[in-house]
Design a protein around this ligand. Structure first.
Ligand SMILES: Nc1ncnc2c1ncn2[C@@H]1O[C@H](COP(=O)(O)OP(=O)(O)OP(=O)(O)O)[C@@H](O)[C@H]1O
Ligand SMILES: Cc1ncc(COP(=O)(O)O)c(N)n1
Length: 282
């Protein structure tokens, strides 16, 4: 008799990045590397590469709803993440389906603006995110500018960040991670993790590189893959930090601008680095 292997399943609801560094593509690569079966619901197609975003083509809400139903009618994700959602209409559709199917372990990466400055979320959709989606979240993972827009407060100090984290918990998310990638003031980076009870500070050294396209997508996808396999939030954010640190450190030579992170790096290190895709590049 054939042996049917059980595998954890992770779903990403996000935009496509044809250049492969961010969005759906970064998420699926990260799921695969961390052992989760990856599924995707596409909210928008973007034309982008390491030089910037050349086009944004949102899906009709009906197409997003149909994809969500195809997942919900047959497949039960063990964890879900959202990335680029683009409009209030899509956010409301996603929130309704998460509730309808009773999906748990929702990670929200509140993607708003691409590194090059292109808008990936309509301004008026921010309120929708706060009202409809964040109350369903297990973990919300804004970067500093996103946390400022969600909370409408400037974030300059660590104390400001703690205050912003409290406000995001009040919106209904069970955990919040305010990522420190945009904090230019110091040599080190601190990701602040808050569960409504106590603050944890995940510190790492800042890697001096321009190849950080898709760091937020990759980080939140790693959290999602770990939650899908039954890890706690504390365990998941720790592994995700290791995953993104390796992915930024072991730079790939791809494109002429802000290159993608290295999704192979974490597992390659785990295997002892002797084998793996990078050897073909040397
Ligand atoms: N230069 C860096 N060196 C080390 N870690 C970094 C660096 N930049 C970002 N990170 C880490 O990458 C993760 C994502 O953080 P970041 O603040 O870049 O998210 P983001 O801005 O949402 O990403 P994106 O630009 O892809 O949307 C965090 O864990 C952060 O600490
Ligand atoms: C489809 C999609 N989703 C998310 C991002 C954010 O990533 P970054 O801020 O690194 O450009 C992106 N550029 N494209």
């Amino acid at each position: 008799m054939a042996f049917l292997a059980k595998v954890s399943k992770a779903l990403t609801i996000a935009g496509s990045d044809c250049g492969g560094g961010a969005g759906i593509q970064a998420d699926l690569k990260t799921f695969q590397e961390l052992g989760a079966y990856g599924m995707s619901v596409i909210t928008a197609v973007t034309a982008q590469n390491t030089l910037g975003v050349q086009g944004v083509y949102p899906m009709e809400a009906a197409a997003v709803i149909r994809q969500l139903d195809s997942i919900g009618e047959d497949l039960t994700p063990d964890a879900i993440k959202t990335g680029m959602l683009f409009s209030a209409e899509i956010i409301q559709a996603v929130s309704a389906k998460v509730k309808q199917y009773g999906w748990k372990n929702l990670v929200i990466d509140p993607v708003m603006v691409a590194k090059g400055g292109s808008s990936l979320l309509q301004q008026e959709a921010i309120q929708s995110l706060i009202k409809h989606l964040i109350p369903l979240a297990l973990v919300t993972t804004p970067n500093i500018p996103e946390a400022e827009l969600l909370t409408r407060m400037p974030i300059r100090t660590l104390h400001d960040r703690e205050e912003a984290a409290k406000r995001i918990i009040q919106m209904g998310s069970q955990y919040v991670v305010i990522k420190g990638g945009h904090d230019t003031g110091k040599d080190g980076i601190i990701d602040l993790v808050y569960d409504g009870g106590h603050f944890a500070y995940m510190e790492s050294k800042r890697i001096d590189t321009q190849h950080t396209h898709g760091t937020g997508c990759t980080y939140s996808a790693a959290v999602t893959a770990e939650l899908a396999s039954g890890k706690t939030v504390d365990e998941a954010v720790r592994t995700a930090k290791g995953f993104i640190q390796a992915a930024i450190e072991d730079q790939l030579s791809i494109g002429g601008g802000h290159g993608p992170t290295n999704h192979f790096a974490y597992q390659r290190r785990m295997r002892g680095a002797a084998t793996g895709p990078q050897r073909f590049l040397q």
